[in-house]
Design a protein around this ligand. Sequence first.
Ligand code: 13P
Ligand code: SF4
Length: 311
Amino acid sequence: MVNNSDALIQRIEQLKKEKDAVILAHYYTTPEVQSVADFLGDSLALSVKAKEINSKIILFAGVHFMAETAKVLSPDKKVLIPNPEAGCSLAESCDAIEFAAFKAQYPNHLVVSYVNTTVGVKALTDICCTSSNALQVVESIPAEQPIIFAPDRNLGGYIKKITGRDNIVLWNGACHVHEEFSLEKILELKKEHPEAKVVVHPECKATVAAVADYVGSTAGILDYCGNSEASEFIVVTESGILSEMRRKYPQKSFIPAPPIDSTCVCNECRYMKMVTLENIISCLENESPEIVLDEDTRKAAERSILNMISI
Ligand code: 13P
Ligand code: SF4
């Protein structure tokens, strides 16, 4: 018997063909959304992929800044976002007008911004970065050159610590999911599973990153778990990544780290879960909502992303 979700998946596959569309999905979307993706990846891999795609339509199963990034890099494509309300607390913590005022206080600084920003902030940025390449981007800048790093204070603080650079000024932004992990509960889990490796996304607080065996982006964490001799991992990032981990490494075991407040599902990004099979169908059928950008802002933002890709 064909269940409802099978029927929805079949409809999406049919629409992709009819419309000449590809679906890019982030690891934090739900497993059923990941199942209709043509490309599944972290924010860096998806930005690079968006630039290479030949189809007429890109449907971005992820949050708004990711779809915007795809449009910046593929201005001739129609870029669709199934739910435009799917924002990002980190991108929203950095308003472009406030950021322009902040930047004006540091006229000699180069601006490095995390890809989790609006197109307006990217347009004010010299080099974009993702959690996969933030260290590489900062290390490509001469040591004496002062830097503004935005918007994530935790990723910025982590880069400051490992590079030993004290000439990095941080914007005070954070992600509501990654800041909620409880250090005490991770340490309790570690006692129960002494052989497990702790893998942490750099958007987590420094006290949590300090107990990690590995700190890295979602793709970095996946690779680390695959290459490690260990068979158990305590996963300190958004729980959507677990389905890909279990699919890729079925013989290993992955334990999601709990948030501080055990009554809430704070280790889930509520924005990523706003993408559903139903809104993907409606978006493909109507070719809407679509990402539309002002061309001057797009070009300025493109420069910062291309500067990143060329490193
Ligand atoms: P990645 O760069 O690891 O894909 O992370 C993006 C993100 O939004 C993490 O919260
Ligand atoms: Fe933004 Fe955090 Fe969600 Fe990532 S997990 S998309 S940083 S709100």
